[in-house]
Structure formats: C-alpha cells, structure tokens
Design a protein around this ligand. Structure first.
Ligand code: FES
Ligand SMILES: [Fe+2]
Length: 359
C-alpha cells in the first residue's frame, strides 16, 4: 500500500455534497497507525488526568497512548509537571497506573527522580559525569488545566486551542467545576479509534436508530453542529430539561480523541485510545452535580443508562469496522445535512498527516 496514494484519495476541498470519506485503508493498516503515532498524537494536547487524581503533593498519574507514555506529577511544592515516562539510564518504563510518593524510582536499577523530573540518585552507578545535567533529567512537557482535566502537550510547540478557552459559558453552565467525580470505566472496542470519533461526530444522524432510549429525551430535529479550529460542538434541546439545566445537551469534541458531554446534572468525558489497527479502547469518566452524588440509586441508574448507550455504540462501530474490511467498500459519502463536523475531523487528520515529512 502506498501511503501517498491513499492520502490523496481523500480530498478535503471537495464540496460536502460531492465529497468522499477517507478510504478504508486509513482505518486498518499498520502504516496508518504508525503515521498517526508520529503526527496526530504528537501535535495536540492530550487528556492526561482528572484534577482529583493530582490533588495531593507527591501524586502522579501515568498515561499511555500510541506507544508513548508520559507522567503528570504534583511535586512536593505543589507544582504540576508533565514528564517523559522512560528512565534516562536504559529507557525502562518508570511508572504504570497512578500513585503517591516523594520520588519516582526506576524498577530496573533504581535510578531515582524527584517529582519535578530531576535525577536525585543513581545508586551504585559510580562516577558518571553530568548526573545533574539535562541528559539525566526526565524531559518535560507542558501541562494545562481545562475544566476538570489536565491536558498534556506531547510537543512543546502545540498550544491549547484558544477557541476552547472561549467555552467558558458552557463550562460555567455545566456546573462541572463543583461536580463530583463518581466513576471511570474502560471499554475495549473492535473498531479503529477514528470510527468511534466519526460515530460521535455524525451530527446525531444515528441517534434515533441506534439509541432509541436516548432519542426519547432529545428534540432531534433541532440538533445543531458547529466547528472551528480544533473542535466540534454539537447541541440538542432536551425534551424534559431539569430545573437547573441550560435546556440542551452539549457534546464537545476536541481533536483528536477527547469528547466532553454536558447533560445536566452530568458531565462525562470519553477519550479514545488506539490499541492497534482496527482496535481501540474508550475511557469514560463521569462527574455528577455534587448534591446528587450521594444518591446511589440515581447514580447507578444513570451509569447503567450510559452503559447501554455505549454498548449500542460499540456494537454499531464494530459493524462499521467489519463492513470496511470488505474489498467492495473503498470510500463512503457524507450526509451534507449532518456530517460537516465529521468532515472537519477528516480535514484536521489530513493536516496532521501532511505535517510529516514521510507523508
Ligand atoms: S533503566 Fe532505569 S535504572 Fe536502569
Ligand atoms: Fe451513539
């Protein structure tokens, strides 16, 4: 397969009414997974942690995505850091999961780093020159707080999209700042990560057919999609809004793989992690308005409803992945009325791919 040819099969300039979607090769080849690893997942801020995971000094959270891994830490002075998660000695992965401690100790030979990434000790290593120098400290990456999340910039040159800063009203009306985090669940998926994102960005097109339960609470004819820079926002009036609700659900996607859903009294975050060509995992975090967090029955029933929606999406996404494997399927079409946001995603992908010298 020739990457160049497969890339030019998607034309981001064709009017939506005539446009073809990216070819099936983008969703099932190692070459594309590799290209995404070097471009898409290196050029934009990525979800690294929730703020509650890094409340205390000495806490750290590791994240892994597309064969790369980083740490977010809060040092003993309370300062946040984004750090590489590979030891400076021979590269061993330093941490997995999350934890609290005064130092990061490599499991291999015990090199020990402060939570700011500086090498504090290299036990038994003898006289190495320059131990306190930049070669021996963990490379650092900018970390930024947004809503209740900590986003890590995998390359120093990628600022958080300024357009997202302008979403203050949405954040405020959501009550997210004071909401309580209640659960995280992980869902392995039999589809490429982009299939999941596209399903999210189809402008509500699939909702009435795939999610009859969800559709009952939404005024689907009024579903609206807007996009700019590196985000897509979808809104839809609720049929029976709660008193404090802004009256609509708001689904915000941030390129490439983060989705934040505001549906009073809930906020849930989904981030999708590629786990190989044609496979991915979606991580869900849920927050609920603080006064409802203790109402176990309410929380459990809402989580169960969310699980159902996710199972419906998982099933349809895996059918898409299967269908795309057929030699008879090469490229699809867009719904001009609905899928402008999805095409925006494809354009951003194309920009990412083009940023690589090899593409
Ligand atoms: S690889 Fe980390 S101490 Fe040797
Ligand atoms: Fe869905």
């Amino acid at each position: 397969m020739d990457v160049q040819t497969e890339l030019t099969r998607f034309d981001p300039e064709t009017p939506l009414e005539e446009a073809l979607t990216p070819p099936a090769s983008w969703y099932q080849s190692r070459v594309f997974s590799g290209l995404e690893r070097e471009t898409v997942f290196r050029r934009h801020p990525l979800m690294a942690a929730r703020d509650d995971q890094l409340e205390t000094t000495g806490s750290w959270v590791s994240m892994e995505l597309a064969e790369e891994s980083w740490l977010v830490t809060r040092d003993m002075k309370g300062k946040l850091h984004g750090l590489a998660n590979s030891c400076r000695h021979h590269g061993s992965r330093l941490c997995e999961g999350e934890g609290v401690g005064e130092a990061i100790v490599c499991p291999y030979h015990g090199w020990t780093y402060g939570l700011d990434g500086a090498l504090a000790a290299a036990p038994g290593a003898g006289a190495i020159k320059g131990l306190g120098g930049p070669d021996c400290r963990l490379p650092d990456f900018p970390v930024e707080e947004w809503g209740r999340l900590l986003l890590l910039h995998p390359s120093a040159g990628s600022p958080l999209d300024p357009g997202l800063k302008a979403m203050e009203t949405i954040l405020k009306e959501s009550g997210w700042q004071d909401a309580k985090w209640v659960a995280r669940r992980r869902y392995p998926m039999d589809c490429d990560w982009k299939v999941f994102v596209e399903n999210y960005l189809d402008g509500g097109y699939h909702v009435s057919r795939v999610h009859p339960g969800l559709a009952g609470g939404l005024e689907l004819p009024e579903y609206a999609t807007t996009w700019e820079e590196e985000w897509v926002l979808q809104t839809c009036p609720e049929s029976f809004p709660a008193m404090e609700s802004p009256g609509e659900v708001r689904y915000l996607w941030m390129h490439p793989n983060l989705m934040v859903n505001f549906q009073w009294p809930w906020v849930d975050v989904n981030f999708v992690i590629p786990t190989g060509p044609g496979r991915c995992e979606v991580v869900f975090d849920w927050w609920v308005e603080a006064s409802r967090a203790g109402d176990t029955r309410f929380v459990e029933s809402c989580l169960a409803a969310s699980d159902r929606v996710q199972a419906e999406d998982a099933s349809i996404c895996s059918r898409v992945q299967k269908g795309m494997r057929s030699a008879s399927y090469e490229q699809g079409r867009y719904s001009p009325a609905r899928e402008g946001g999805m095409r925006h995603f494809h354009r951003l992908l194309m920009e990412d791919f083009r940023s690589s010298a090899s593409a």
